[in-house]
Design a binder for this molecule. Structure first.
Ligand code: ATP
Length: 390
């Protein structure tokens, strides 16, 4: 894919910087199907040129949201705007939006070139201009020279690339993608994630991407909205959502987390939490949230990679804050990492993950490896522990 001039033709122009200008807006949108509330008072602002993902478990309302942007469904209440204008009553084909689905649905009786050029011919663009733009679009998805191949001669990944070229050929301002990599195997999916991201950067079109796969969303997105039961739980950049989750759900949905229940015994900036078993834990509030007051019931969330394990508990270690004495129940070799599970009385199981000792270069401090039955201290920095009230 080089930055040849024809490729530049597909740019929408204007700034692609997220946060500059809203390209797609949903304002207090609700969608009901009979008694089911699929989308519940959803407000989203998607910046022009952003790679924006709707992430959540099956049934949380992602596809319904996408279909309302596309115009396949009408909101029960609220408003959808594209390019600053309400699209109430505007049919899908007049929205300057295109959709790529999980199942590529290429026309089987047409070759690749005719599949890709379909949208152009619908608009009366044929002949040399059609061929030129089909070549451009195929170049963009790295399938130059495939014009005369049949859809069934292509691999799943290639078919999905053809579907992308077909969706991009009319230069939509917004491309909607509904789990487009869901039918591909893991290795191909990873490759396509990188390709999709660089394709999006190259064309500068706003991508709204639906997925239930957190890794996929983190890899590709400028911004992610985490949805649950038709509502927004949290919206932010991948790093914000990973490092500053505001709820237990988000902390557990993006990556893995250890959760320790307790009660705040010292409020304010120096948050201290007591567990029911009388252990003391130091933590911080997520950025942008108020610290809970003393007495509040909270959950402390700590990522497994932020937990360090130390050998053989020293005298009085259990009395220290952020030092939980426990016994290793499982030690699992994961190739590049080692995962230990530690049973801590009164707290439960703590998962700790660290780079495997074999991956360390000479001179680096290697992570000790423990065996089931070993007594260890699980410890972490205060900044690594977040206090969550939801
Ligand atoms: P998935 O990842 O499984 O596609 P999703 O997050 O995209 O899930 P939606 O397909 O938007 O979720 O569905 C949200 C809710 O609305 C679900 O409870 C679903 O059963 C319901 N729903 C969606 N479409 C319809 C419909 N046409 N008629 C009735 N209920 C519907």
């Amino acid at each position: 894919m080089g930055a040849s001039p024809p490729v530049g033709d597909l740019r929408t122009g204007g700034s692609a910087a997220p946060g500059v200008e809203a390209d797609v807006e949903l304002l207090d949108v609700t969608k009901r199907f009979g008694s089911v509330v699929a989308v519940d008072r959803l407000t989203l602002r998607i910046a022009r040129g952003a790679f924006y993902s709707l992430l959540g478990p099956s049934g949380c309302g992602k596809t319904t949201t996408l279909r309302m942007i596309a115009g396949f469904e009408d909101p029960t209440s609220g408003e959808v705007r594209i390019g600053g204008r309400s699209v109430d009553g505007v049919p899908p084909y007049r929205r300057n939006v295109n959709t790529v689905f999980q199942h590529y649905a290429l026309f089987p009786h047409m070759d690749v070139g005719r599949n890709v050029g379909y949208g152009l011919r619908q608009r009366g663009i044929t002949g040399a201009e059609e061929r030129r733009r089909v070549t451009e679009a195929l170049e963009l998805v790295r399938l130059r020279g495939y014009e005369h191949r049949r859809a069934w001669e292509l691999s799943g990944g290639q078919q999905q690339r053809v579907a992308l070229a077909r969706a991009l050929i009319n230069r939509p301002t917004v491309l909607l993608l509904d789990e487009p990599l869901g039918a591909l195997d893991l290795k191909l999916r990873r490759e396509m994630q990188l390709e999709l991201k660089s394709l999006q950067t190259q064309v500068g079109i706003t991508f709204v991407y639906v997925t239930h796969d957190q890794e996929e969303a983190i890899t590709m997105s400028d911004r992610i909205v985490v949805m649950h039961d038709g509502r927004v739980l949290q919206e932010g950049s991948p790093a914000e959502l990973y490092n500053e989750p505001r709820s237990r759900y988000v902390a557990g949905f993006l990556g893995q987390s250890n959760f320790i229940a307790g009660r705040v015994v010292e409020g304010g900036p120096s948050l201290a939490i007591a567990t029911p078993g009388g252990l003391r834990v130091l933590a911080r509030r997520p950025v942008g949230l108020e610290a809970p007051a003393a007495g509040a019931e909270v959950t402390v969330a700590i990522r497994p990679e932020r937990i360090r394990l130390l050998g053989a508990a020293g005298e009085g270690a259990a009395a220290e804050a952020n030092a939980l004495v426990g016994r290793v129940t499982h030690a699992t070799y994961l190739g590049d990492q080692v995962e230990h599970r530690v049973q801590v009385d009164g707290v439960g199981e703590i998962v700790a993950r660290a780079m495997a000792p074999e991956t360390m270069d000479a001179g680096e401090s290697a992570t000790p490896r423990f065996a089931p039955g070993d007594q260890v201290i699980a410890t972490w920095q205060r900044a690594a522990a977040l206090v969550l009230t939801e």
